[in-house]
Ligand binder design. Structure first.
Ligand code: AMP
Length: 216
């Protein structure tokens, strides 16, 4: 199964992506996670990406597209993949079409998680993320068992630098101006499936499974 997951920042893409990955045993390719890995290891790509990410802006396309191109040729994708956070603008969507054509693969579905705008800021500013495994929590609606500690791996939870109220405004602006048109682009291909992203995590995931069941 080859999927793409979309939704505004705070829509719950990362949470659903982790569940999808486990359920369907497919690779989760998150460009945000890949950049964070590079930043925490101070690689040349990480040092460059840092300049953009901390301000809520997109990393330049040439760096991002090359990173995804290389990732899509790795050998853990036999069962398929879930692309999360890419493409983020129309240029990247066209580049992804080219990459998939070259690799002779097709997307099965674009899963779009929808959430009302007024909930997004609250979700993002309350989000806490594991420094080690990337698991995501919320200070009110999805608390870890022990405050500040990841249920999955026991590492420390932090607020991502780009999850502050200031940065989120830029990220939402970037989403509406640059990423929303990508959804319109895929709507024309007929492979977009919408899932309402409000409610408890398991309920949303059940809806996701219903939608994915239709394409299997
Ligand atoms: P995310 O974890 O998907 O919210 O991504 C965090 C940040 O990484 C974004 O705000 C961007 O700065 C950067 N980023 C992630 N994916 C992309 C992409 N496809 N193109 C450009 N920048 C990206």
């Amino acid at each position: 199964m080859r999927l793409l997951i979309m939704g505004a920042p705070g829509a719950g893409k990362g949470t659903q992506a982790a569940l999808i990955k486990n359920e369907y045993k497919i690779a989760h390719i998150s460009t945000g996670d890949m950049f964070r890995y590079h930043m925490s290891n101070n690689t040349p790509l990480g040092i460059e990406a840092h300049k953009y990410i901390d301000h809520g802006n997109l990393v330049p396309d040439e760096l991002t597209i090359q990173m995804v191109y290389e990732r899509l040729q790795e050998d853990d994708l036999a069962n398929g993949f879930l692309l999360d956070g890419f493409p983020r603008n129309l240029n990247q969507a066209v580049a992804l079409d080219d990459i998939l054509k070259k690799l002779n693969i097709k997307l099965d579905c674009v899963l779009n998680i929808t959430v009302d705008d007024n909930l997004l800021i609250n979700r993002i500013t309350g989000r806490r993320t594991c420094t080690k495994c990337g698991a995501s929590y919320h200070v009110v609606s999805n608390k870890p068992k022990v405050e500040g500690i990841c249920d999955v791996c026991g590492s420390t939870l932090v607020q991502r630098k780009d999850d502050t109220e200031e940065t989120i405004k830029t990220r939402l602006d970037v989403y509406y101006k640059q990423t929303k048109p990508v959804l319109d682009y895929y709507e024309k291909t007929g492979i977009v499936k919408n899932v309402f992203g409000i409610g408890n995590i398991d309920e949303i995931f059940n809806n996701v499974k219903d939608v994915l069941g239709e394409i299997k």
